[in-house]
Design a protein around this ligand. Structure first.
Ligand SMILES: Cc1ncc(COP(=O)(O)O)c(C=O)c1O
Length: 391
C-alpha cells in the first residue's frame, strides 16, 4: 500500500491525553490534563438545558450564533479593552483549539516562519506542522520564564509571518508583562508580522498580576487574532466553544477554514456561553480565590514530597524539577519518571519534554495541574507521601 501522509507522520499523539488514558486505566488522580473535577456554574448548566428545550438543536450560524457574538463583543470591551464588530470580526469555533489551527491555516503559507516561546502548549507544535509553518523557538529564561530580549530581537526576520503568544501561559504559569508585550508589539509592527494570542487563562491570575491583550497595543489591532474560549474560565472543557477575534480581512479567511473544518460549534452550548459571558465581576473574583488557594496548597504538597516547583503567576499548572527524585527512583528521564509516578502513587502528571521542541530540554521537568477540588489535592498529598519511604 502507498505510504500515508508524511505531514501526519511528523508529530505524535498528544502526551497529555495519553497520560489521561493511563490514569483512567488505574483509576488514578489526574493532575495531567487541565480539566476541573468540580461542577460547572449552575446558571450555565440551566442555560444549556434551556437552549436544548427551546430546540436550539440544529446547525448554528456557521461563524457563531448572533447572541454569543454580541456577548463576546461586550465582554472583550470591558475586560480586555478590545473594540470589535460582532458581525465581521468574530468567529465562534470548537474551542480555542480549532480557533488556533483555523487562524494558522488562514494566515500562513508553507515554509513561512512562526515564532513560538518555549516551553509551549503542546498543540502549537502539530498546529504549526499542519499549517506548513517553520517554527522558530525562543527559549524562556529558566527560573522566572522571562523573555531573553536579544533572542527575541534576533528571532524576527523577513520570513517571519506570525508569532504565537499564550498569556497567562501553559505550562509555565508566566504572565507576559506590559513591557514584554510592548516590545513584541514594536517588533511585529517593524517586521510586519501577525500575532496570534491564546488568552484562555486570562482570568486565572495570582498575586495581583494583571492580564494585557496584545491587540490593544499601538499598531496591533489589525494584525492580531485574539483567541479565547469558555473551557477554562467557566469550567466547561467538554462544551467545545471558543472564538477568534480579528480584523475583517483575517476573519473572512478564518471563517472559510472554520466552515469546512467543523461547520460550527455546538448550538445549545453557544447560547449557554452567552449566559456565561454575562457573569459579573464577583464570579471572576471567586474564580481567582479558588485557584489561588489550590495553587498554594499544591505548591506546599510538592515541596513537602521532594519536588522542586516553579511559582506560577497565572493559569492552573505548576512545573516542577524532578532531578533529585529521578535519581532516587533510578529513572533516566521525565517520561519514565511520570510512568513510575503513576505506578507508585496513582498520580498522573505530564512529562516536561512534551512542551519542548527537543525532548532533552524538558527531561527533568513534569507539569501538574491544580484545577481540582481541595479534597482531591489532599488525597494527592497522601499518595505522593508514598514516595518518601522509597526515596
Ligand atoms: C493554552 C491552551 N490553549 C488552548 C487549550 C484548549 O482550549 P479549548 O478547550 O478551548 O479547545 C488549552 C487546554 O489545555 C490550553 O492550555
Amino acid at each position: 500500500m502507498k505510504s500515508l501522509s508524511f505531514i501526519t507522520e511528523n508529530f505524535t499523539e498528544s502526551v497529555i491525553r495519553e497520560m489521561t488514558r493511563i490514569c483512567d486505566a488505574v483509576n488514578g488522580y489526574n493532575l495531567a490534563q487541565g480539566f476541573p473535577d468540580f461542577g460547572s456554574p449552575p446558571a450555565i448548566k440551566k442555560a444549556a438545558v434551556g437552549a436544548i428545550e427551546k430546540d436550539k438543536n440544529q446547525y448554528p450560524v456557521t461563524f457563531g450564533e448572533p447572541e454569543l457574538r454580541e456577548a463576546i463583543s461586550k465582554k472583550v470591551k470591558w475586560y480586555n479593552g478590545i473594540d470589535c464588530n460582532p458581525e465581521t470580526e468574530i468567529t465562534v469555533t470548537c474551542g480555542a483549539t480549532e480557533a488556533m489551527i483555523a487562524t494558522l491555516m488562514a494566515v500562513i503559507n508553507p515554509r513561512e516562519e512562526i515564532i513560538v516561546f518555549e516551553p509551549f502548549y503542546e498543540n502549537y507544535g502539530p498546529d504549526g506542522i499542519l499549517a506548513g509553518a517553520t517554527p522558530r523557538y525562543i527559549p524562556l529564561s529558566v527560573k522566572d520564564w522571562s523573555i531573553p530580549k536579544k533572542l527575541l530581537r534576533q528571532a524576527f526576520n523577513k520570513n517571519t509571518k506570525a508569532i504565537i503568544i499564550n498569556t497567562p501561559n501553559n505550562p509555565t504559569g508566566k504572565v507576559f508583562s506590559l513591557e514584554e508585550l510592548s516590545e513584541i508589539a514594536k517588533l511585529c509592527v517593524k517586521w510586519d508580522v501577525y500575532a496570534i494570542t491564546d488568552e484562555i487563562y486570562e482570568h486565572i491570575l495570582y498575586d495581583g498580576e494583571r492580564h494585557h491583550s496584545l491587540a490593544t497595543f499601538p499598531g496591533m489591532k489589525e494584525r492580531t487574532t485574539t483567541i479565547n474560549s469558555i473551557s477554562k474560565t467557566y469550567a466547561v472543557t467538554g462544551w467545545r466553544v471558543g472564538w477568534a477575534i480579528a480584523s475583517k480581512s483575517i476573519t473572512q479567511r478564518i471563517r472559510k477554514v472554520h466552515d469546512f473544518l467543523t461547520v460550527g460549534a455546538p448550538n445549545p452550548f453557544q447560547h449557554a456561553a452567552a449566559t456565561a459571558l454575562g457573569f459579573n465581576h464577583d464570579y471572576y473574583q471567586k474564580l481567582q480565590h479558588r485557584y489561588q488557594s489550590a495553587r498554594n496548597l499544591l505548591l506546599d504538597i510538592l515541596k513537602e514530597t521532594g519536588f522542586d516547583p516553579y511559582l506560577p503567576k497565572g493559569a492552573y499548572y505548576i512545573m516542577a524539577e524532578v532531578t533529585e527524585l529521578m535519581k532516587k527512583l533510578q529513572v533516566a528521564n521525565d517520561v519514565n519518571f511520570s510512568r513510575r509516578l503513576i505506578e507508585l502513587t496513582g498520580v498522573a502528571t505530564v512529562p516536561g519534554s512534551s512542551f519542548f521542541s527537543q525532548p532533552e530540554k524538558g527531561k527533568s521537568l513534569v507539569r501538574f495541574c491544580f484545577c481540582k477540588k481541595e479534597e482531591t489535592l489532599m488525597e494527592v498529598e497522601q499518595r505522593l507521601k508514598k514516595l518518601t519511604p522509597i526515596c
